[in-house]
Ligand binder design. Structure first.
Ligand code: AHR
Length: 325
């Protein structure tokens, strides 16, 4: 729908701007109403973060005048591949998706490229060697998030002479945030052998799985000092397990999580969580901006990193009243 109108409006300018970048511009669209159509494949609805991210994308599409075709993959790669193929068939102007796992995307991305539909990765990355398969990747630096979590921990336990026993609740196996948050954290704590990860298992980014896996950790390990959870939801599930085992979260076991959604921030303000590394889900406005530019064939940066902060318990109390999600 964008193509024919843009061909008229941009007739002269397009040749110049397209020369600057990937240059395939908008391709398809199913009607001729001048609106950009975006096919968006979301991971699922596994966490508070994801719900906030979906809202941000949907609200921003509305305000930016982008016609959004949205699908929820329920944490399954095969559903995302089906959705992307259907967007290609529908000749949308741009495809955006948050890949549930990093590997296995080359074939479908090549199909989008052959159909001349620009693809934007949002939130999570793919591990494709051919980076021409997508226009840009908008999202957090997950390795840095893991490093921030590790840095707080090493500082908090700097005077301890005893070993520090850590359990880790990983995100979805094979996903970029699980791989990178694990790596960044390990890099920092690895500098001092007193920090020992005694158990590490996936909780799939959900509260229910976080609780279940933490219950198993507690049964198998009587001396847990620290829980590092790759997101707030798993940390919140783990809090239920810790309380159920008669221990006090935040005192008997220090908890570090990532995201800073409202429920996590409340647990931080209440002293149950010790530290949260922020991961912002509010990617919608930047996504719409990048999508419009990609469809017009304008130059866009290959990587757009989200700005983020960290929260202590005191900072959470201050931030909570105005927290958007
Ligand atoms: O990809 C971002 C991660 O996915 C968030 O940290 C987590 O909560 C979500 O499910």
């Amino acid at each position: 729908m964008f193509k024919r109108i843009s061909a008229l409006l941009l007739a002269g300018a397009v040749t110049m701007t397209m020369a600057g970048c990937g240059g395939d511009g908008g391709s398809g669209g199913s009607a001729d109403d001048g609106k950009i159509t975006m096919g968006f494949s979301q991971v699922g609805a596994e966490s508070g973060w994801r719900t906030a991210n979906t809202k941000s994308v949907q609200d921003s599409a509305k305000s930016a005048g982008v016609d959004l075709k949205f699908s929820d993959a329920q944490q399954k790669q095969e559903n995302q591949i089906k959705a992307i193929r259907s967007y290609i068939q529908q000749k949308v102007d741009v495809i955006a998706f948050s890949p549930v796992v990093e590997s296995g995307w080359d074939t479908v991305l090549k199909e989008a490229q052959s159909a001349k539909i620009p693809v934007i990765l949002t939130d999570r990355a793919v591990d494709s060697a051919d980076t021409s398969l997508y226009k840009t990747f908008l999202g957090s630096d997950f390795v840095e998030e893991g490093r921030k979590a590790g840095t707080w921990l090493t500082e908090a336990f700097k005077d301890s002479k005893d070993p520090v026993n850590i359990v880790e609740l990983q995100g979805t196996t094979g996903s970029a945030p699980a791989n990178d948050r694990k790596a960044g954290f390990a890099e920092v704590i690895g500098a001092d052998p007193k920090f020992k990860v005694i158990a590490s298992q996936t909780g799939d980014f959900t509260r229910a799985k976080g609780k279940e896996v933490m219950e198993a950790f507690l049964k198998a390990n009587p001396d847990i000092d620290v829980l590092y959870a790759h997101n707030d939801d798993m940390g919140l599930g783990a809090i239920e397990a810790i309380e159920g085992a008669g221990k006090v979260p935040g005192k008997d076991i220090k908890i570090i999580t990532i995201d800073a959604v409202k429920d996590g921030m409340q647990a931080l303000a209440d002293g149950k969580i010790s530290y949260i590394v922020e991961c912002s889900p509010l990617l919608g406005p930047q996504l719409m901006d990048l999508a419009k530019k990609a469809v017009k064939g304008e130059q866009i940066p290959a990587r757009v990193v989200t700005e983020e902060t960290t929260f202590t318990q005191e900072q959470a109390k201050e931030a909570l009243p105005s927290r958007q999600y």
